[in-house]
Design a binder for this molecule. Sequence first.
Ligand code: GDP
Length: 298
Amino acid sequence: FDKIREGLQKTRDKVARSIESVFNRRDPGFYQELEEILISADVGPVVSKEIVEELKAWEKTNPGATADESLAHLESSLTAIFTPASPWEESSPSKSPMVVLLVGVNGVGKTTTAGKLAARFRDAGNSVILGAADTFRAAAIEQLRKWGERLDIPVVHQKPGADPASVAFDTVRAARARGIDMAIIDTAGRLQNKQNLMNELRKIGAIIHREAPDSPVEVLLVLDATIGQNALSQLDEFVKIAPVSGLVLTKLDGTSRGGVVIALARRHKIPVRFIGVGEKTDDLLPFDPSTFVRSILR
Ligand code: GDP
């Protein structure tokens, strides 16, 4: 909990204090001020308005409510926006490897997330293998190999420019042959060429399905939280080209507008799986809606 609060410090600084003060002052402009605070944290105009209207209606039917009860109501309605995700780490290991495909545009923190995820699952007692299917950037392959070396986790890779689906094939094959619990595959994210990217991701998906038909597959879309509402358009694009099953929001340590997580979660009702709050290995945290909302509001 402390780690999340610390990671969200910039957003907390902006939101928590102002929230406390509007609830305590209770000016005639209370609802307007509250809406502005939410918008300033990038919760988005639509969600902010909805949430404030909801609070207004609730207060009408609960005229004796204290400031604290009102705030608790706000907290629970923000939390309810999130679609809950079933836990992974507690799911029983099966014979087939779980396959995690990381998608998203360059620079959002995909490769870093692959490394951090690998460390997290390894530390939870699973065997892990990494696949460097972002063959477009030589640096991405190199970066993933470094993570592998540092964590002592095998990394399947080919030459820059190789077919990403072939790397995915090798990765899943190796995972099955060695009885590995989890395969994490990094992909390229050239959204400039949508048709190509879609074909590439489809081909990778088909190969995983063919080589490991019983494997649970998670497609995690990695989004950079510091780009605010622009992350929404990346989300919209990616849901059109890939079966995104979960979100990872990175760099929340670097923004005071962490409310964007709420806007993103609400957009397509896709569960948020993890948040990134720094560059270090243990800076990827499992996402829990109520802890998140509490951390930014209080
Ligand atoms: P990719 O191109 O999507 O694979 O992105 P990278 O994994 O190379 O990450 C781009 C930069 O973002 C690197 O400098 C990372 O260290 C940094 N980064 C990734 N996640 C986080 C995070 O949660 N917080 C911060 N502050 N930096 C991050």
